[in-house]
Each structure stands twice: as structure tokens, then as C-alpha cells.
Design a protein around this ligand. Structure first.
Ligand SMILES: C[S@@+](CC[C@H](N)C(=O)[O-])C[C@H]1O[C@@H](n2cnc3c(N)ncnc32)[C@H](O)[C@@H]1O
Length: 267
């Protein structure tokens, strides 16, 4: 097994459908990834299996109690094949990016903690959590879906999880660019034909077209991605030619870039 994930959550039934389908389901069935749920309710100290209580100091909602959570994290730690990194999915965490997924995919064991209600008792974070990760600046009602977003992204990076290794290489963001547009049959959909270059059988031309489209798409939609990298001379030339052909200016909109502006090499 390449990666074992222990998921501490109150609603394990939410994750089982996601964990049984598609690439993730196959990786689990093949034993390339392990996924086990640990329910804090199993570590509650009363007959009603209480896991939440009112916040000290007052205020709305309920807070997940420390002890059932610490119990479930402890159980997951014991089940893990090696000492795990413990991640709490939280809107207050660092934003999850592909580079963060790549970093976590290199681990052997991971425990993901999903909160509910108004969140979890802060002392759990202090005592048992190594890092907090957010999947975006919006609030979900629980951490199960964020945890499964991370699990799905991790699974795609595990050796052997994807049948076609190439699709890992070209995927958006893996080399810091958005992916080029994709087409499949039929050759025409309404007024829109498939770009002629993709039908011509010239593999070099297809490669150049795709690279240019990836550069142009990133330039238009996510110019911020280009600020953190220097384009190679070949990429700069492709982008310059693509921008010229599309009648676009050689610098992206300033407001989309922020203070570190990208420019084409040689501009
Ligand atoms: C309703 S939220 C609690 C939010 C908390 N009151 C706050 O303001 O930080 C309940 C749980 O959903 C999960 N969650 C919600 N939004 C998330 C996000 N954007 N990323 C990761 N986890 C999130 C967390 O596990 C959180 O404990």
C-alpha cells in the first residue's frame, strides 16, 4: 500500500459512496490506498454517545468536544502503518494547492480530522494536529467533503492509481499551467468543428498547439500562476506567437496579477 488514510469523522456513511467509485474506488480495491473511518462517537463517555457541547463564553451552536476526538485520533494513530501526519480540514487552514497535495502524497500515513457544528475544541488542534488545511474560502457544514476532496486528489498521484500515466503529466496545474482544451468525437458539435490541427496527424504540430493553448489559457484565466515562474525561451516564443495570433497584449491585465507581474521573456 502506498498511502494509508485514517478519516476521523462523525458521518462515515458520507464518505463510503465517494470511496467506492471511480479511480479512488479502484485504488482502494487494489490495495494501493487504504482508507478507514474512525468515529468520535465510539469514544464518547456517556450512553448517549455525546460528541458536542455548548461553547464556553456563550454564543451560537455547538462545539465538538476534545475527548471523543482525541480518542478517535488516537485509535487512528494506532491503526496507521507508520506514524501519521494529522491534518485538520478547516476554513482557517492554509489553502490547499496541488503542491500541497504532492507533498502529502509522499507520506505513508495520514490522519484527516473532519469537524462539524461550530468546529472543534481548540485544544485538539494544540494537542494532536500537525497542520490545518482549507479547500477554499467558503464554509461547508462539515469536514467530510473537504477530507474526501483531499483524498481524491492524493489518490490520483499514487503510482499505479491511474491507468494512463500520461494523463498525470498533462493535467492542469501539474506543471504550473492550466491544461489545453480537449475534444472527442464527433468532429462537429453544432457550429463548432474540432480544431483542424488535431485531425492532421502531425504529432509535433499537435504538441505545439496544445502547449500554446495551455499557455494562452493560463495567461487569460490564471495569470497569477505565471507570476511565480519564469517561462522557458521556447514557451515564451509560443506564448508570444499565440498572443499575437489572438490579437492580445503581451502583458496580462495588471489587476489580475497583483504586485509581481509576469512578462514574457525578452519583453
Ligand atoms: C461549519 S464549519 C465550522 C467553521 C468554524 N466555525 C470557523 O469559522 O472556522 C464545520 C466544519 O466544516 C469543515 N469545513 C468547513 N469549511 C471548510 C473549508 N473551506 N475547508 C476545510 N474544511 C472546512 C471544518 O472541518 C469545520 O470544522
Amino acid at each position: 500500500m502506498n498511502l494509508w488514510v485514517g478519516l476521523v469523522c462523525l458521518f462515515p456513511e458520507m464518505v463510503s459512496a465517494i470511496a467506492s467509485a471511480g479511480i479512488l474506488g479502484r485504488a482502494i480495491r487494489r490495495g494501493e490506498m487504504g482508507l478507514e473511518a474512525f468515529n468520535p462517537r465510539d469514544h464518547a463517555s456517556d450512553r448517549r454517545r455525546t460528541v458536542d457541547d455548548r461553547p464556553y463564553g456563550g454564543g451560537p451552536g455547538m462545539v465538538m468536544m476534545a475527548e471523543p476526538l482525541l480518542g478517535a485520533i488516537g485509535e487512528a494513530r494506532q491503526r496507521a502503518p507508520s506514524p501519521p501526519r494529522v491534518v485538520y480540514l478547516s476554513p482557517q487552514g492554509a489553502r490547499l494547492h496541488q503542491s500541497g497535495v504532492e507533498r502529502l502524497a509522499r507520506l505513508r500515513s495520514l490522519v484527516l480530522v473532519a469537524g462539524r457544528y461550530e468546529g472543534i475544541d481548540e485544544r485538539v488542534i494544540e494537542l494532536a494536529v500537525d497542520e490545518e488545511l482549507s479547500i477554499g474560502d467558503y464554509i461547508l457544514s462539515g469536514g467530510e467533503l473537504p477530507a474526501m476532496v483531499l483524498v481524491d486528489a492524493l489518490c490520483r498521484l499514487l503510482p499505479g492509481a491511474l491507468n494512463n500515466e500520461e494523463s498525470i503529466q498533462t493535467e492542469s496545474l501539474l506543471d504550473g499551467l492550466l491544461e489545453y482544451p480537449q475534444y472527442t468525437r464527433p468532429e462537429r458539435v453544432g457550429p463548432l468543428p474540432v480544431p483542424a490541427v488535431l485531425l492532421g496527424g502531425d504529432h509535433g504540430a499537435v504538441r505545439r498547439w496544445r502547449r500554446t493553448e495551455a499557455l494562452l489559457r493560463t495567461w487569460r484565466r490564471r495569470p497569477d500562476l505565471l507570476t511565480s515562474r519564469t517561462l522557458s525561451a521556447a514557451d515564451s516564443a509560443l506564448l508570444k506567437a499565440g498572443l499575437l495570433a489572438a490579437g492580445l497584449p503581451p502583458k496580462p491585465r495588471a489587476e489580475a496579477l497583483g504586485p509581481n507581474r509576469a512578462g514574457i521573456q525578452g519583453e
